[in-house]
Design a protein around this ligand. Structure first.
Ligand SMILES: *Cc1c(COP(=O)(O)O)cnc(C)c1O
Length: 483
């Protein structure tokens, strides 16, 4: 038993008795005077009284029960979870950055404005777009912003388009964002894991506002016919939207602009050095081709000679999607990361991410099925189908068992078009040694006794949880479960 569990059992009660015995005074006299009698909600709170020492031990032990990219490999597919250099954390905490106030006059925050202006230019160069807004707070909000821009564009043209096309391999936020913006979502079935161009030609008509595509797609496959796809959309006046949440595969090699896309969103908290996985804060900048710039959120950062200013005078803008300029510290980390890596460094990251993914795929292909046998990009999808039909071992079992070895499991059961899917993204910063260890682990687990796997994990502080119950019955506040 871990020590933190032990202190929650008997010794905790001893603490309370001890404090009571010595007249531990829990009242705050000043507050009692300030708040009139009868206005106090309750006499006492039923919370445990515990000394700082045990409180400290409790939280330090809890922190050691959680897992992060700083603990070990983190293989989530479609959610680039890579090591974030600590220098970006350090620099983003500097006073000049962390203590600027969003209401300061522009003349006193020239450095911050310059940094954001330059970051917009960097992201434009990486994506092949003409203009970028940094405002959206995450990938999904970037998509939503992109959808509002799409709407504003067709509204101005007086075109009534009410549909967004989305492939069946898309990330779940794509249809959600399109629906939030008021569009009807039409799902496009894939063919051999890719866009079925012949089918696309049939379904694109004057009702389709845009096609949302991820390239490489969530199977890690590069849509080689993306040029044709762009022509199909553009020939009907529709737009092409790029989900660039995970840019790890293509940076410096190609870009959505070259592929014919009109709108892109990025996830700075996936590709560009902000740690994520705890729910934020993030940043989901949106890039557009020049003909869409006038619809981007206000204010725009403009440069006049050597001065930077905020321009609110954009009558066709969709308005604001976030207070002030967005999550500034996240933008700062991305700026630092891009400068540190340089163009060559970003390109090398993509090369390594793709190499690592293909290397790991090859090494586990003896034990797992690999649908769509082709070169993959930054991620690949394996299937536990054969293990399931042969020995009753599921993708969930494999994922849970990996935790026993200190490895964060990959994304499972996504994309939906692969059964018993294990979606794996090693990223660029795992060494060959780690990849070999992981490959060995995946293969040895596949050969283990099914009973051992069904009951895994065995060595984690929390065993297999009821995930459906956990998601449906969220508990948001502290409760004393001992009563
Ligand atoms: C993570 C992700 C998103 C959503 O981004 P959030 O910041 O989590 O809202 C969208 N698309 C893809 C492909 C992603 O991986």
């Amino acid at each position: 038993m871990r020590f933190s569990q032990a202190i929650w059992d008997e010794p905790l009660l001893d603490e309370i008795k001890h404090d009571e015995l010595f007249g531990f005074d829990r009242k705050v006299p000043a507050a009692e005077k300030a708040i009139p009698k009868g206005r106090l909600e309750r006499k006492s709170l039923n919370i445990p009284v515990i000394s700082e020492r045990y409180l400290m031990q409790h939280y330090v032990n809890l922190s050691q029960m959680s897992y992060s990219v700083d603990n070990g490999p983190h293989l989530l597919g479609s959610c680039t979870m890579k090591y974030n250099p600590k220098v970006a954390e350090y620099l983003s905490s500097f006073e000049g950055a962390s203590r600027v106030h969003p209401l300061q006059p522009a003349s006193t925050i020239q450095g911050s404005l310059q940094l954001m202006y330059e970051l917009e230019r960097m992201l434009a160069a990486i994506s092949g777009m003409d203009a970028v807004t940094l405002q959206p707070a995450g990938g999904a909000q970037g998509e939503f912003t992109g959808m509002l821009v799409t709407k504003a564009y067709f509204d101005e043209r007086g075109e009534k388009r009410d549909r967004i096309l989305i492939p069946d391999s898309a990330h779940g936020t794509n249809p959600a964002s399109a629906a939030m913006a008021g569009y009807e979502v039409v799902e496009l079935p894939s063919k051999d894991g890719m866009v079925d161009v012949a089918l696309l030609e049939k379904v694109v008509d004057e009702r389709v506002a845009a096609f949302m595509l991820t390239n490489p797609n969530t199977l890690g496959l590069f849509e080689e016919r993306v040029g044709e796809i762009a022509s199909v959309l553009h020939s009907k006046g529709s737009l092409l939207y790029y989900d660039g949440a995970n840019m790890n595969a293509i940076m410096g090699k190609t870009n959505p602009g070259l592929m014919g896309f009109d709108i892109v969103h990025f996830n700075l908290h996936k590709t560009f050095a902000t740690p994520h996985g705890g729910g934020g804060p993030g940043a989901g900048p949106v890039g557009v081709k020049s003909f869409l710039e006038k619809y981007l959120p206000v204010p725009r950062i403009v440069r006049d000679g050597g001065n930077y200013a905020l321009d609110y005078n954009r009558p066709l803008s969709i308005g604001k999607v976030h207070s002030f300029m967005g999550n500034f510290a996240v933008l700062l980390r991305a700026y630092i990361y891009i400068l540190m890596n340089g163009a060559d460094g970003l390109e090398q990251n993509s090369e390594k991410a793709v190499l690592n993914s293909n290397y790991l795929m090859k090494k586990i292909s003896g034990s797992y099925d690999i649908p769509y046998k082709k070169l993959k990009k930054h991620e690949f999808v394996a299937s536990a189908d054969r293990l399931k039909s042969g020995r009753g071992i599921t993708a969930l079992d494999i994922a849970k068992r990996l935790m026993d070895f200190g490895v964060h499991p990959p994304t499972i059961y996504f994309p939906l078009i692969v059964s018993e899917a294990l979606m794996i993204e090693p990223t660029e910063n795992l060494s060959k040694q780690t990849l070999d260890m992981l490959a060995g682990l995946f293969c040895s687990i596949a050969a283990e006794e099914p009973e051992l796997l069904h009951s895994a994990p065995h060595s984690t502080p929390v065993r297999r949880v009821n995930e459906v119950k956990a998601a449906r019955e969220l508990i948001f506040r502290w409760q004393d479960f001992r009563r």
